[in-house]
Design a protein around this ligand. Structure first.
Ligand SMILES: NC(=O)c1ccc[n+]([C@@H]2O[C@H](COP(=O)([O-])OP(=O)(O)OC[C@H]3O[C@@H](n4cnc5c(N)ncnc54)[C@H](O)[C@@H]3O)[C@@H](O)[C@H]2O)c1
Length: 343
């Protein structure tokens, strides 16, 4: 049994990863601030077990409900720490409390548009927060980590598919700039202190529990309600959508690679390696939800990339990454989950 610290462990990707690690017999320390990037109760539900539902539901205040959730989830396999990665003393307390084999760093403020509105906050959480984490790892001798980067670092790269060898010196949003910064700091700490790192560039992740601010989830809700769907540009922008199960497989593969090899620093694309246009995405959702979308056409947004498309050859070679879920199947799973939720 290994012990993994998963930052952002109550979020969309982190909660799925935590379940997967526990199912393989590992221990997970889930660190999450339950930030207001979206409703904290959604994040609580991401990690909540049925056995906790009544005791947590009986409490109204956020702090008190989170304390009850931590108490209820505490087990040999799991510990929930409601901590902000920018809180150095709290980070140190966690690293002191028990040996940690490796860190998976997913905590971040996500979102291209939000980063353009709040650049200083994004820098503080995504860059300074990551640096504090690296400093704490260095201090407590934790030498393996996997870090969430993003396809957004490619900006308006014209060469497709996007390869890890392409230049990523022209980020077109502050969010992308913070993710590139994380990759760079990862390299520096590898070079100076021997911290082995895998920087994973996720390509638009979707599936059950997808963040409510992301297009597929937001559109599904609006289509279901019969409300207008904001449709930016002419529908020709394209995304490489990656199913959550495939991303979790990729993170696990990268973790294993870092653990089993010495002196590792790698940047890897994790995508599905297929482009789907905005128009096709809406059609697929309409089919699975059984309803037509009412589109409100709007101009393209600043910071939006025209396309993303992952070359996954390196991930295939290095960690045996193989996405298995087609977009159609993934949307079917998402729609089933979306339809079955109670709120
Ligand atoms: N979902 C995607 O399509 C996608 C694509 C590329 C990269 N990523 C990256 O993957 C990671 C996970 O993304 P996600 O979609 O699960 O997002 P998410 O928002 O669901 O999860 C991130 C979690 O981090 C937590 N967090 C935020 N600030 C924190 C802080 N200061 N201290 C501690 N915890 C904090 C949030 O509360 C949240 O639970 C992020 O780093 C994101 O940038 C995601």
């Amino acid at each position: 049994m290994s012990t993994y610290l998963v930052t952002g462990g109550a979020g969309f990707i982190g909660s799925h990863l935590g379940e997967s690690l526990m199912a393989s017999g590992h221990r997970v320390i889930c660190l999450d601030s339950f930030s207001d990037s979206y409703d904290y109760r959604v994040k609580m539900r991401n990690v909540q077990q049925d056995s906790c539902r009544d005791s947590v539901a009986a409490i109204t205040g956020k702090k008190e409900a989170l304390a009850e959730l931590s108490r209820c989830l505490e087990s040999e396999r799991y510990r929930l720490e409601t901590v902000d990665i920018r809180d150095r003393a709290a980070l140190e307390r966690i690293f002191q409390s028990e040996p940690i084999d490796a860190v998976v760093h997913l905590a971040a403020l996500p979102g291209v548009r939000a980063s353009i509105e709040q650049p200083l906050l994004f820098d503080d959480v995504n860059v300074r927060g990551t640096l504090l984490l690296l400093e704490t790892m260095k201090k407590y001798g934790v030498r393996k980590w996997v870090c969430a980067s993003s396809s957004s670092v490619y900006g308006n790269n014209k060469r497709i598919p996007f390869s890890e060898n392409d230049s990523v010196d022209s980020p077109i949003s502050l969010y992308a700039a913070t993710k590139k910064s994380c990759e760079l700091m990862g390299y520096t700490y590898h070079h100076l202190y021997g911290i082995d790192g895998m920087m994973l560039r996720f390509f638009t992740v979707y599936g059950e529990r997808q963040r409510p601010d992301l297009a597929i989830h937001k559109f599904a809700k609006l289509i279901d309600q019969g409300s207008e769907v904001p449709f930016y540009g002419d529908g020709s922008t394209k995304r490489d959508y990656t199913y959550i199960g495939d991303i979790v497989g990729g993170i696990r593969g990268a973790l294993e690679y870092a653990e089993n090899n010495e002196s590792v620093y790698e940047v890897l694309n994790l995508g599905n390696s297929r482009m789907v246009s905005l128009g096709e995405m809406v059609e697929c959702l309409e089919k699975e939800l059984g309803k037509k979308a009412i589109l409100r056409k709007l101009p393209a947004q600043p910071g939006d990339m025209t396309m993303t498309f992952a070359d996954i050859g390196k991930a295939r070679r290095l960690i045996g990454y193989e996405p298995r879920t087609s977009f159609e199947d993934g949307i079917r799973n998402f729609a089933r989950w979306h339809g079955g939720r109670t709120s």
